[in-house]
Design a protein around this ligand. Structure first.
Ligand code: AMP
Ligand code: ZN
Length: 137
């Protein structure tokens, strides 16, 4: 897509710090990292978000994730890592070209990915699970 910044990065029209590339993905360091080593995997084929991603391409993309994560962890020596992927403005997505974040984590670091735990009323979880399951059958 012509106006998409990540398509331009994929094509090399905008410079980036590349750590991995194959036919389907380009993995670069995030320009505004939440932590040192924060990387983003860009899908080469423009899709806005996970809801536009077909299963076959998803398999190829997600196969890359463990090896990139392991390389980042080995280099940075981090204690843990968040791998996350935002879909939609409300979920924090700011660039509407599918990407996966790799965020190295250390004890007592400054990264904040937290929510307030909720709960279900009696029977609510079972009913909701069944309803979602019915859409997958
Ligand atoms: P999200 O909020 O999930 O859409 O994440 C978009 C990410 O893209 C942010 O973490 C930005 O810092 C990052 N980003 C935006 N422009 C660039 C760029 N030119 N090079 C590398 N990372 C970028
Ligand atoms: Zn794009």
């Amino acid at each position: 897509m012509d106006s998409c910044i990540f398509c331009k990065i994929v094509k090399g029209e905008i410079p980036s710090s590349v750590i991995y590339e194959d036919d389907n993905v380009k993995v670069i360091l995030d320009i505004a990292p939440s932590a040192k080593g924060h990387a983003i995997l860009l899908v080469k084929h423009h899709v806005a978000d996970i809801f536009e991603l077909d299963a076959e391409l998803a398999g190829k993309i997600f196969a890359v994730v463990p090896k990139v994560a392991a390389a980042i962890k080995a280099e940075l020596g981090c204690d843990g890592m968040n791998i996350l992927q935002n879909n939609g403005v409300e979920a924090g997505q700011t660039v509407f070209h599918l990407h996966i974040h790799f965020i190295p984590r250390w004890k007592d670091d400054a990264v904040n990915i937290k929510w307030t735990p909720g709960n279900y009323a009696d029977g609510e979880a079972a009913a909701l699970a069944a309803a979602i399951k019915s859409r997958l059958d």
